[in-house]
Ligand binder design. Sequence first.
Ligand code: ADP
Length: 165
Amino acid sequence: MRRAICPGSFDPVTNGHIDIVARASFLFDEVIVAVGINKSKNRLFTAEERMEMLREACREFSNVRIDGFSGLLTAYCEENDVQAIVKGLRAVSDFDYELQMAQMNSSLADIETVFVPTSPEYSFLASSLVKEVATFGGDVSGLVPGFVRERLVTRLDERRRAGDA
Ligand code: ADP
């Protein structure tokens, strides 16, 4: 059984993430999409909310499951019998950091990193940019699933109201 992991923050999941998960699910027997739970970081959605959205977004892939992890990714991989980390590469700018990370991870554990080139239509897509565009009222449909767009608009509205209060 070949098991891979797609790690990230997914705050929130975008169509670029889903594209990488779809391709990993084709290449591997089982794929775990793992949400990093890092309490110190300021996220728009809680880890549970991010996992909930991923579950909905990945419903069509029968060999994909969603989980959360904290601490070292390599430790999670060892505990869960994961052989490969799948990462999407958007541009050269992603490469330096991702290469360093891949080499560090393989020095920590017996784990391979597989880079999947982003589909051209998603190469500019990042959760942070989607949040920024949505904050200023831009249309993010086509960048995230419809139900994510709705939750994003609602959450940003809540934040705005809380800020005004
Ligand atoms: P972070 O690693 O900063 O938490 P994200 O949660 O946004 O990043 O993304 C998780 C992983 O998903 C990234 O490391 C990258 O491999 C992949 N990814 C993100 N956006 C895209 C995209 N537009 N196209 C392909 N892969 C992507």
